[in-house]
Unconditional design. Sequence first.
Length: 119
Amino acid sequence: EHKPHFGLGLSCYVQWSSPIRRFGDLQAHTAIKRYLRRKRANKLLRDGSDIPSEIIPIDLGCELPSEGSKSKSIDVIDYKVGQALGGAARFVQRNSIQYWIFEYVRRLVSESADEVSFE
């Protein structure tokens, strides 16, 4: 059964692989989608067209250009601007890995017959 995924902003999301593999897959899919959206947005800007209002900055991984700057530059949307998101993703990934290591150890300890607990 599919359910909505608030964090990803999706109306439906089905889990079918391990969380660690899903995270990498989601990063790859997001990077590809942003690249394709930026490519399309840059083409629209070069042609003098407006970017559809449905496209928001988070879709491109950077701020949309202001009205006055559209005609001045062909490559308005800089691909390097989105690299800050890569740093944030690495931070989240490190924390995720650390969490799962701690969780693994916690589960090992809770299953251990020789467990010593200090409470």
